[in-house]
Design a protein around this ligand. Sequence first.
Ligand code: TYC
Length: 132
Amino acid sequence: MQPCWATDRIERMATKKPVTPPPNPTRVPDRDDSDSVVLERVPLKVKPPGMYQVVMLNDDYTPMEFVVVVIQEFFGKDLEAATAIMLKIHLDGKGVCGVYSKDVAATKVDQVLDAAHKAGHPLKCLAEPVEF
Ligand code: TYC
C-alpha cells in the first residue's frame, strides 16, 4: 500500500496535460513518417577563385625601353616577349602582361606603379577579372 501523498502525486501526473514542445522552424526533417531517409539536395555554393589579368596602358611619355624592362622584371618575360607586349600596348592602347590570382595581380600592379613613380614616368596599369 502506497502512502497517501504518493497516490496524490501519481493522480496529478496522470491528469496533467503533457507539454508539447513548440515546433522548431530551423530544423529540417531528415526522415518521413515511413522511416525512410530523405536526402536533401544542397546546391554547391563554392566557386573556384577568379583570375585577374594585369593590363598595362599606353601613354605618350614613358620610354619604350622602360616598359620593356618593367615587363621583363615583374612579369617574367624574356626580351622578345616583353618587346612584343610593349608594342601591342603602344599600338592598341593597352595590353595584358600576365594573369594571376587576385592578390598576386594586385601586387604586380603595385610593383609597376611604384617603379614608374620612382622613375618619374606616368606609366599606368590595373588588374581586372578575367571573363570566361
Ligand atoms: N607610347 C610610349 C612611347 O611612344 C611607349 C609606351 C608603351 C608607353 C607601352 C606605355 O604601356 C606603355 N614612348
